[in-house]
Design a protein around this ligand. Structure first.
Ligand code: URA
Length: 245
């Protein structure tokens, strides 16, 4: 269910503000009945009319993008840099990223035009598990990694427990590969956590989001999520469990 004014705006009939005006002045009908309340929620099957003209509700779309590095997680950029929606030139619906990956971070990003779904995934209640692979400067000790696992103090508070694994080291170059699994999604969290133990991130990639991974995709490629995947992501965000997949 979505707010009536939002659905009208998404259908391209009017801006959100203008849509509110249309409702308040009695020009909007839902299933044949004039609606004047701004909080009214409608479903995709409700018949909406503005001045007796049917409003075609935008179809909900869900995509998984393998975001390359050097791309902004937004729908536009005032400096003209490339943004994630540039990878979907033929999609008419107004999709946008769910959360964000930093400009320099690559990996799995979901895009949709379903606001309710997007809010659900972003909700911290059950925080969907995300797996990041980081190349770091220096070789962290077991004690360093334990600190991250337990939670570490950052400027916006202590991080929740995380799973952290050292997967390889390059003693000659003085670098290491660390896998970090988080349920939280704070701004630049992985970079800040590793920086806090003295091992700044040189390269970062999000490899998994819940049960989704990047298999079969190269950087810059995307695919539509299946209905099954969307349903399971919803369940995961609502209950912390995925049920049978
Ligand atoms: N953590 C980061 O530091 N950057 C991202 O893009 C995502 C998580």
């Amino acid at each position: 269910m979505e707010r009536l004014q939002k659905v009208i705006a998404h259908a391209g009939v009017a801006s959100r503000r203008k849509a509110e005006e249309l409702i308040l002045t009695g020009r909007v009908k839902v299933n044949g009945k004039t609606i004047r309340e701004l909080g009214t929620k409608v479903s995709p099957t409700d018949k909406i009319e503005v001045d007796e003209v049917p409003v075609v509700q935008e179809e909900k779309r869900y995509f998984l993008l393998y975001k390359p590095r050097g791309i902004i997680s937004a729908v536009s950029d005032d400096k003209g840099r490339k943004v994630v929606t540039d990878f979907f030139p033929n999609i008419e619906e107004r999709i946008y990223p769910v959360g964000r990956l930093d400009y320099d971070t690559s990996g799995l990003l979901i895009l949709t035009n379903d606001g309710e779904f997007s809010n659900l995934l972003a909700h911290p209640r059950y925080g969907i598990k995300k797996l990041y692979i980081a190349k770091v400067k220096g070789i962290p000790t077991k004690e360093d990694l334990k600190k991250l696992e337990k939670g570490i103090h950052l400027e916006d508070g202590k991080t929740a427990p995380a799973k952290v694994k050292l997967t390889s080291t390059d003693k000659r170059k003085g670098t290491a590969i660390v896998e970090v699994t988080l349920h939280e999604g704070r701004n630049r969290q992985v970079r800040r956590m590793l920086e806090a133990i003295g091992h700044p991130v040189m390269k970062l990639k999000r490899e998994q989001y819940g049960f989704l991974n990047l298999h079969g995709l190269n950087a810059g490629e995307s695919r539509e999520l299946t209905l099954h995947e969307v349903k399971h992501l919803r369940t995961l965000a609502q209950t912390g469990k995925i049920g049978h997949i």
